[in-house]
Design a protein around this ligand. Structure first.
Ligand code: HDD
Length: 730
């Protein structure tokens, strides 16, 4: 049996798989055990150091003290240079149907095979202790423990990247990290060095649109898409290759929070995403994604308006549909954050037979960086022996020794060929599963250069902007106005406006207005500063063709799944004298549909309903905040309503929920609470269901009817149209 967390996840049988069984032998459980030193000596006194007399000096001889302090002094390892802040979970992956026509990767050919996975989500720029709700790209790294070795899909929640060549990665990260003189700001791109760099690098324009969109403010890790970003290859048993782009599609839909809300969450609960993932898994609401692939036959490599090796480009789903080929379910929280989440070592170069690389220059550079970074972060070449990194299949080779070696290799030979051990371990024929690189033909001169096919920097940025709904476009304008507003150097702001003008004149104009500037007239040819010393600027000028696709629905979040309230958090505001029947009818209906419902009252302890029943609140107004919930319900009950009406925190809760465009419902008896809010008097008292589902505000005396419409409202997630007046003073 797998050792469980103190809070037990349901259905433990589902959680046992090859990887959890292997991990089991490393798990230590101190329940009922004696306290010992690291060398197994039982400890009698862990309260006092060894001294010369009761008041005397501590003795150097105290090996128990020395060992304990020394270990403590060495507890920290360097955090990841990027993606330092993360959270992870265990799970499983299953392919729906045999994909052997496309790939020989065994885990994608056998629908009966359940492959264990470990998935780590992360922000990029912030330190380990930074907030989850920073405006940032999110890492989405999946380790598949397959029967042919580990395959790591190290992706992001955005399908493109800032740069086209790995040689620019250190520059990008130096620019976005806190500035080197004063180490500010933490976990934020809203500062001069980032925008200075971006304004000189037009290849980042497309990624910037994504990073300034609501994609950078996910409601939950469980509600994000994931992308492998690069074009990879699938290779089948016959050696036939197809290009492939990987996608993760969340079954709960793709949802975001508002920027003002994100900033507030960062104060109220900087662990918001970490807690959300943990709580959902503990509650048995296992997060699920479908694995999607876009397949591009080898002969179609050059049929697109962009280069499929360029990581700043996506392949619109209208051109190549995403086929959903399998499902991943996360069903177990880690036992130990450091041992698993911190020590897991992902590498884009961990592939299995049937999956191979392309010549994308960003991917090629990544193939070097990931092992190198683990060497410094985990302290030596044996990081693959750390339990979370071990494959579920045996490892045999002639690599030996090094810091912290765990394996005890028997025998005299650690070389091949050898005669003493009959050449063991043996190489493996391709037909028996030996990895063979795809034999791509390469016939080229050795040069430092970039293909002109990589120089269309704006048409997909424009495609993305044009594909957004009105509220999403407004959010991009607001985000750019915020970020550039935080930039001190006016010339950086102006240069960025010139870049934005290449994407969309209206966008540039709106941001310029917010900044109190005019869009400068900087010619397309002079936007790119990423030119070699001997390069002719004309050769490096950006291209900006119109692009034949006007919009792509898949790029907007507006049309995402909106038919479930599973795991959505609902606050019920209540005080003594609450109408217990109205409260429990609504609560029970929401819980039955999978929502998480918390009762929030002026104080903790208990409240007494008008029916004289005790109700235990989950939070008080001191410990809760509207930004931690997706919607609010106010039940009736004369005394409760009177208390809430006079409770400034309750009114603020509602005002803020309204400002952040959330579903709000109230019993008819609670109308006076709503009337104390800023927003209620602005709205008509009577609604049709259609208006309710447009406005996200419902008042009804019928708890049953209210529950059913309220569920539809919560599923819609947000009512962004409310932002138009933008006058809510919460
Ligand atoms: Fe990277 C970590 C994703 C480009 C160098 N990267 C890292 C992680 C993710 C990504 C999700 C965190 C893994 C974890 O949870 O432990 N990186 C990407 C994507 C990229 C990308 C989607 C572009 C398509 N990365 C990239 C480049 C380089 C790196 C171009 C260097 C040339 N990335 C690293 C790294 C990290 C890393 C320094 C830091 C920690 C680690 O590797 O294990 O090697």
């Amino acid at each position: 049996m797998v050792k469980k967390n103190t809070q037990q996840s349901p259905e433990p049988s589902q959680q046992e798989n090859d990887k959890t069984k292997k991990l089991e032998s490393f798990i230590a459980d101190s329940t009922g055990e004696s306290l010992t030193t690291n060398h197994g000596v039982k400890i009698n006194d862990d309260q006092n150091s060894l001294k010369a007399g009761e008041r005397g000096a501590t003795l150097l001889e105290d090996f128990i003290l020395r060992e304990k302090i020394t270990h403590f002094d060495h507890e920290r390892i360097p955090e990841r240079i990027v993606h330092a802040r993360g959270s992870a979970a265990h799970g499983v992956f299953k392919v729906y149907e045999d994909q052997s026509a496309l790939t020989r990767a065994a885990f994608l050919t056998d629908p009966g095979q359940e492959t264990p996975v470990f998935v780590r989500f992360s922000t990029v720029a912030g330190s380990r202790g930074s907030t989850d709700l920073a405006r940032d790209v999110r890492g989405f790294a999946v380790k598949f423990y397959t029967q042919e070795g580990n395959f790591d899909l190290v992706g992001n929640n955005v399908p493109v990247f800032f740069i086209q060549d790995a040689v620019k990665f250190p520059d990008l990260i130096h620019a976005v990290k806190p500035e080197p003189d004063n180490e500010m700001p933490q976990a934020a791109s809203a500062h001069d060095t980032f925008w200075d760099f971006i304004s000189h690098l037009p290849e980042s324009a497309h990624m910037i649109m994504w990073a300034m969109s609501d994609r950078a403010l996910p409601r939950s890790y469980r509600m994000m898409e994931g992308f492998g970003v690069h074009t990879f290859r699938f290779v089948n048993a016959q050696g036939v290759s197809n290009f492939v782009k990987f996608h993760w599609k969340p079954l709960l839909g793709v949802h975001a929070v508002a920027w003002d809300e994100a900033q507030n969450i960062s104060g109220k609960d900087p662990d918001f995403h970490r807690r959300d993932l943990w709580d959902a898994i503990e509650a048995g609401a296992f997060p699920e994604w479908e694995l999607g692939v876009q397949i591009i036959p080898e002969e179609d490599e050059f049929k697109f308006e962009f280069d499929i090796l360029d990581p700043t480009k996506l392949i619109p789903e209208e051109l190549v549909p995403v086929q959903r080929i399998g499902k991943m379910t996360l069903n177990r929280n880690p036992d130990n954050f450091f041992a698993e989440t911190e020590q897991v070592a992902f590498h884009v170069g961990h592939v299995v037979p049937g999956i191979d690389f392309t010549n994308d220059p960003l991917l090629q550079g990544r193939l070097f960086s990931y092992t190198d970074t683990q060497l410094i972060r985990l302290g030596g070449p044996n990081f693959h022996e750390i339990p979370i990194n071990r494959p579920v299949v045996p490892v045999h080779n002639n690599q030996r020794d090094g810091y912290m070696r765990q394996t005890i290799n028997r025998g005299k030979t650690s070389y091949g060929p050898n005669g003493l051990a009959a050449n063991d371990p043996q190489q493996v024929k391709a037909a028996d599963g030996g990895f063979v690189s795809y034999n791509e033909r390469i016939d080229a001169r050795k040069i430092r250069a970039r293909s002109r096919s990589f120089f269309d920097h704006f048409s997909q940025a424009r495609l993305f902007f044009n594909s957004q709904s009105d509220p999403e476009q407004n959010h991009i304008i607001d985000a750019l106005s915020f970020e550039l507003g935080k930039v001190k150097a006016v010339e950086i702001r102006e240069r960025m406006l010139a870049v934005l003008a290449q994407i969309d004149k209206g966008l540039a104009g709106a941001v310029a207005f917010a900044l109190g500037l005019h869009v400068p007239d900087i010619a397309l040819e002079s936007l790119n500063s990423s030119i070699p010393a001997d390069g002719d600027p004309a050769d490096y000028a950006s291209l900006n063709p119109e692009g034949s696709l006007a919009a792509s629905a898949a790029l907007s979040m507006a049309g995402t799944i909106k038919d479930t309230i599973k795991t959505r958090k609902v606050a019920i505001l209540a005080a003594d004298g609450v109408d217990g029947a109205s409260l429990s009818t609504v609560k029970d209906a929401l819980v039955a549909a999978g929502a998480v419902v918390h009762i929030i009252s002026p104080k903790l302890g208990k409240i007494i309903s008008q029916e004289d029943q005790e109700i235990v609140p989950d939070e008080s107004f001191l410990t809760a905040a509207s930004v931690l919930y997706d919607s609010v319900y106010v039940p009736g009950g004369t005394n409760s309503v009177a208390t809430l009406e006079a409770e400034a925190n309750a009114i603020h809760f509602l005002n803020e929920a309204f400002k952040h465009c959330k579903a709000i419902a109230a019993d008819e008896q609670a109308l006076q609470v709503l009337e104390s809010t800023y927003f209620y008097k602005k709205l008509p008292a009577e609604y049709s269901k259609e208006t309710v589902l447009r406005e996200g505000l419902l008042v009804s005396g019928q708890a049953d009817e209210l529950s059913s419409i309220f569920k539809e409202m919560i599923a819609l997630h947000r009512f962004w149209e409310r932002e138009n007046p933008r006058k809510i003073p919460a």
